[in-house]
Design a protein around this ligand. Structure first.
Ligand SMILES: *Cc1c(COP(=O)(O)O)cnc(C)c1O
Length: 369
């Protein structure tokens, strides 16, 4: 007799592997937590913005009450910043939630979802969770091959995920390519343009995706407060789309998916221009520091537009795991990407200058072994 629980498509899911927590590495390797450097989850090395910390303190006494389920004030802040009406906004428990909501609201079991090879790990998870079929389009130079992705759309495709910049490769698709893609995709297919790293883009690369939302009812732009805004632990993200699509997502959203502290912190962080500017500056300097070291060590890396760099640490398929272990033993946590099909590579989040230096020193030792 079979006692199998759950449908096959759920049993086939390989659970998400996050960056190792500092406490876990300290326990496993017998290290002092305070000496560990974590460059594994693309978190903001500046920590929490002071503006957000103060907003949370002010929100603290009200925690016995439920949050505002419609996030009125947070939507007002987003509305003001992006010039869209409040009913174009969907709030998420991280932007991860927005990606999941899109899959659940739009895709029925057996229908198809298109995404790129080497794109964000949550796309296959969201696809599998709804029993959909993944159409994985081979990457081009580690990035999205948008022409091939447009070709790959089938009659039963309902959703396309695009990360720009992409994680874990850091590649960037220029505005003109994205616009050409949007023109080609049929209107029954929703395009999720995941812009988790948008705030790190140099001014000359910025593009107006909100203008595209006005033109394309099948476009959903997703943003997060986890990266440049430094609020990863609070879980806040949002989607911007025309109201018909926002209304669909809202129907299946958990009523209180963004908690009160997170709403208060996000409102403060969104208008904290100084913090955002500093995040981008620290990131640009750290990118130079890391990539100069990779060049000196003769290591191949993928030029990145995010707050992390993908670097090739060896030419055999054991290299990523081996160097990762040697780094962990020295108290440096980075992200192995074998699960993405990149076993010779590691993804390094950009940290503070001294964190980057500690990683570089540990990497040199690891490579010399
Ligand atoms: C980090 C990341 C996200 C979302 O993170 P949340 O913390 O859930 O907002 C979304 N997309 C990509 C590509 C990311 O790298």
């Amino acid at each position: 007799m079979s006692h199998q629980l759950g449908p096959d498509y759920v049993r086939a899911i390989a659970p998400y592997q996050g960056g190792k927590p500092i406490s876990e590495v300290a326990r496993e390797f017998g290290l002092d937590e305070s000496t560990i450097v974590k460059l594994a989850s693309n978190e903001n090395p500046l920590g929490l913005p002071e503006s957000a910390r103060l907003a949370m303190l002010a929100a603290f006494p009200e925690l016995a009450r439920y949050p505002d389920s419609n996030g009125f004030e947070l939507k007002a802040a987003i509305s003001k910043k992006y010039g869209v009406p409040a009913d174009w906004i969907t709030l998420g428990n991280g932007s991860n939630d927005i990606l999941e909501l899109a899959a659940h609201a739009l895709v029925a079991p057996g229908q198809a979802v298109v995404y790129s090879q080497y794109s964000f790990a949550v796309y296959p998870l969201a696809t599998q969770a709804v029993g959909a079929r993944a159409i994985v389009v081979p990457a081009k130079n580690f990035g999205h091959d948008l022409a091939a992705m447009a070709e790959a759309v089938t009659a039963d495709t309902r959703l396309v995920f695009i990360a720009n910049p992409n994680n874990p490769t850091g590649t960037f698709a220029p505005a003109a390519e994205l616009e050409a893609f949007l023109k080609r995709v049929p209107s029954h297919v929703v395009v999720v343009l995941d812009e988790a790293y948008n705030e790190f883009l140099a001014a000359d690369l910025q593009y107006d995706s909100i203008a595209w939302v006005r033109r394309y009812p099948n476009l959903l732009v997703s943003r997060t407060l986890s990266k440049a805004y430094g609020l990863a632990g609070l879980r806040v993200g949002f989607g911007i789309s025309q109201p018909e699509l926002a209304d669909l997502l809202n129907r299946i959203r958990q009523p209180f998916n963004v908690n009160s502290m997170a709403q208060a912190a996000a409102i403060a962080a969104l208008t904290d221009v100084a913090f955002l500017k500093k995040s981008a500056e620290v990131n640009a300097a750290g990118y130079r520091q890391l990539t100069e070291a990779f060049q000196a060590l003769d290591l191949e890396y993928v030029p990145s537009f995010g707050n992390f760099v993908l670097v090739r640490v060896g030419t055999d398929d054991g290299a990523g795991a081996r160097i990762n272990l040697a780094l962990l033993q020295q108290g440096v946590i980075v992200r192995p990407v074998g699960n993405y099909g990149l076993p010779q590579w590691l993804r390094i989040s950009i940290g503070l200058p001294e964190e980057n230096a500690a990683f570089i020193a540990a990497l040199k030792k690891a490579l010399a072994r």
